[in-house]
Design a protein around this ligand. Sequence first.
Ligand code: NDP
Length: 314
Amino acid sequence: MSEFKTKCLIIGSGPAGYTAAIYASRANLEPLLVEGYQPGGQLTTTTEVENFPGYVEGVTGPKLMEDLRDQALRYGAKIIGGEISEIDLSSRPFKARIDNNTHYVEADTVIISTGAAARFLGLPDEERFKGLGVSACATCDGFFYRNRVVAVVGGGDTACEEAMYLANLAKKVYMIVRKDYLRASKVMQKRVLENPKIEVLFNAVTKSLTGDDSGLTGAVVTVGYGDNADTVQIDVDGFFLAIGHKPNTGFLGGQVELDEGGYIVTKAGSSATSVEGVFAAGDVADPVYQQAVVAAGAGCRAALDAERFLMKQG
Ligand code: NDP
């Protein structure tokens, strides 16, 4: 077991975590960042990011995260793999164990930037077909659906992005949208609606999935409302969920105040949580914006807050 002492433990390696690490390193907090099992977080599963300031031609999600990580390392942040298996925030220094005792950390402050994970519908056979047709990541799994038929559930930017990505590979893409409109930005809506390979089913709700031991073969979907509702079976080989995310806060075991959606509650105008010395940044504390650039800004705020907190403590 290796042991660490740090002025600032940063948990999570999305734009919030890496930006917090850049700022905390430059402020001589000698931060330790625990990057989890998916270094770089959600953006490593996206394709092109066109709206992160500074990248005129856009940048791929993995490249953006690599750049942020390199920048954090350049200023001396220590980065280790693994996940928090136990954390004690009841007194300072805070104590954390990583990967069941592979590492033990004592930290004067903690920045939680663990992001959020994809939501699933909770259909009876969803779990059974995970990896056999059901996925929440088109860029990870889309390759398997070359020239096949797939469905994407959701009407937000993620769903549109996934549908566009899959349309480049698959023969046909259904979008299953529960309302009569897409929530995505206008530019994404336009791209989807003009793509001949994508058929959008509005007012559509998935009732069940069908398949056998070799994998998914279809979905049963009701389309329309009330007397006008039709139940249809669509034959699909892939079923991609893009219905939003839930914050990764389970490991905190209720030690930090959460809102009803499970997001960390921060004090107005600050990244401070309900525990003194513990700060939160990024999607884990942001039910509203959920953008890479906002998360990066939040990471900066959290590092500044941690630095000021330590200064006050003397
Ligand atoms: P959103 O919350 O924006 O959209 C979720 C979608 O899933 C909505 O259409 C919602 O329907 C639908 N949905 C939710 N629950 C269910 C359910 N149980 N059954 C069926 N449908 C459901 O999430 P996103 O992940 O798309 O986006 C999150 C944030 O990230 C947004 O702010 C978005 O703008 C941003 N983003 C930006 C991108 C970019 O700019 N390149 C790319 C991807 C995301 P309903 O509308 O009915 O609630």
